[in-house]
Every structure is written in structure tokens, then in C-alpha cells.
Design a protein around this ligand. Structure first.
Ligand code: AMP
Length: 116
């Protein structure tokens, strides 16, 4: 999608600190991290959110999900990690291109949220 910020990262129009990329997905550091390690796992295909998934996306979503542990381990999160998907305005989704957040290590904002 032409005005989607994550599509622009996918096609190289906007720079990002990428840690992994293959034909279906790209993983990059969140620009405003909420934890010591905070990356976004983004399908290259523009899918707006979980709410707009179709059966055609099943294989892609399975692949992304299966790769979360591999990505987290690569980033030093062998003992575990948090995964978050925000969906829609009510779910706090700011970027309308489906993405998984992987968070781990020392938590900053997330921990603060938990304590309020
Ligand atoms: P969400 O609320 O789930 O849509 O989260 C969107 C996330 O994308 C936020 O955590 C932002 O900090 C992050 N973000 C927005 N723009 C960029 C960017 N250009 N590079 C990296 N992360 C970004």
C-alpha cells in the first residue's frame, strides 16, 4: 500500500534497523522500544490487521508465528519473550499493517503499565 509506513520499510523507501528478512517477512527494531529488546515482525504482504485476514493468509501467518521463537532466540531471548498484536483502533493499533511485537529483556514501558 503506497502510504503505509511498514510497506515503505519493506520496500526500502524508509530505513529501519532490520535484524532479519526473507521473502515473506521482515523483522526490525521498534523505533520507540518498550523493552530492552523490542522488535516488530512484519509480513511483506500488506494485511491491515488480524481482522482482515483471509484463508489465503493461513500459511503466511503460520510461518510468521513459527518464526517468533527463532527471532527471539537470535536476539538473546532464550529464556522467553512476550508477544503482542494490537488490532484496530480500540486495540491500540497505530500502524495499520499487521505486525507482531516481540518484547524481552528488561521491560520499561510495559512494566510501568503493569504497575499502574
Ligand atoms: P501498534 O500500536 O501495534 O500499531 O505499534 C506500532 C509500533 O510501530 C509502535 O511501537 C511504534 O513505535 C512502531 N513504529 C512506528 N514507526 C516505526 C518505524 N519507522 N520504525 C520502527 N518502528 C516504528
Amino acid at each position: 500500500m503506497s502510504n503505509c509506513i511498514f510497506c515503505k520499510i519493506v520496500n526500502g523507501e524508509i530505513a529501519a534497523q532490520k535484524v532479519f528478512e526473507d521473502k515473506d517477512m521482515v523483522v526490525f527494531h521498534d523505533i520507540n522500544p518498550a523493552a530492552e529488546v523490542h522488535v516488530l515482525v512484519v509480513p511483506k504482504k500488506h494485511i491491515e490487521s488480524l481482522s482482515t485476514l483471509t484463508d489465503k493468509d493461513n500459511d503466511l501467518i503460520a510461518k510468521l508465528t513459527q518464526n517468533l521463537t527463532k527471532v527471539a532466540t537470535m536476539l538473546g531471548l532464550e529464556t522467553g519473550f512476550k508477544t503482542l498484536i494490537n488490532t484496530g483502533e480500540g486495540g491500540g493499533q497505530l500502524v495499520p499493517h499487521l505486525h507482531y511485537h516481540i518484547l524481552g529483556g528488561k521491560l520499561t514501558k510495559l512494566q510501568a503499565l503493569k504497575n499502574t
